[in-house]
Design a protein around this ligand. Sequence first.
Ligand SMILES: *Cc1c(COP(=O)(O)O)cnc(C)c1O
Length: 433
Amino acid sequence: MIQLIKETKDMLLNFYGISEHILHLSECVQREIEGKFEEIDYIKEYNQYKVLKAMQKSKLSDIHFNWTTGYGYNDIGREKIEEIYSYVFNTEDALVRPIIVSGTHALSLCLTGLLRPGDEILSATGKPYDTLEEVIGIRESKGSLKEFGITYKQVDFLENGDPDYINIKQCITDKTKLVLIQRSKGYSWRKSLTIEDIEKIIKIVKSTREDIIVMVDNCYGEFLETKEPTDVGADVMAGSLIKNPGGGLALTGGYIVGKRHLIDLISYRLTSAGVGKECGLTFGTTRTVLQGLFLAPNTVSEAVKGAIFCSRIFEKLGYDVLPSYDDPRSDIIQCINLGSPESVISFCKGIQAAAPVDSFVSPEPWDMPGYDCDVIMAAGAFVQGSSIELSADAPIKPPYNVYFQGGLTFTHSKFGVLKAISQMIYDKNINIT
Ligand SMILES: *Cc1c(COP(=O)(O)O)cnc(C)c1O
């Protein structure tokens, strides 16, 4: 039976200003979603053992937390991290570096490392994440792949949200060098791809032409299921360390895992031709990267629980949500259609007010680099911009969806939701009787 203890209730009511009605609704929702939490704990348990196994197999020791200077030759900590990532993601090789500045950078390195003039990219999952539009040249930009004579095609999702398997096969030509699959929804209203969906796309691509490189944007997807895209045939995959796999502790960085010859090619773009992965400082980040990876299965499970809570409570308040609380989940993102810019801004203000850092500031929409409209981001995080921590963001354009994610603990994630609703009530952007 889920019921708040008296001290908690007093604090939420009297100190944090959450109404009696919202607290009651919250308790009801928590009771409803208990069964889902159990499923999530089973996945967490498996992934925890998987990560531990990788650390033991690689004989991780505290000497690996030291670091080098200058060129960074023979940095055994860096090599250990990359070995551990290879084990966790079941690949031949990996690049895990603080000099990969973001998820976008990791994905961009894969594309620039693997493609040559005349090659074509085929996106099997519709329009890619906003920042990749400029990397590829879908939106005019300087330094895009398009400027280097690399072309691009995409296959949109079907009406029902499934990948268009038939069209994917038909769009593959002699020019197709790489097929891009994005697991998470990004800033779009669509289902996230499950590992099963990804496996199906890979089978179709490989049966059409074995030598096409399948690359997966795994941002926000790590540790949601027991398998990862690389377990079902993806050749190369990338993500951000200030999302899931950093577990909330990594200070910066990105990862790329995959087949050895592909990682090799990408490493020449990361540093330079001939140098590859043999150089590059870790700046003392090896301990937090690995401790973060160790905590990641648990951190991710807490964030997913928060997303489920968010989904159910907003559904009960009458909003369209994606996914619904009992849908399968393959990323930590919860999308809510709030329908107006005012509601989106209120929601984000509430999330910011729930933060441990900068709770007293008010987020505003701004012209963020890489996006084609103003974006509002609420993230009062210990690590700047970290979206495995409690955060919400939204492009300020119709249909005015907000994307909620993260929370290092379920309690904090839930609290964020309660504050967001309270802020919407305060700003008169929601009617609650
Ligand atoms: C966050 C994200 C990216 C880009 O990552 P940044 O670290 O913000 O550059 C790419 N693809 C997807 C699906 C994402 O969610």
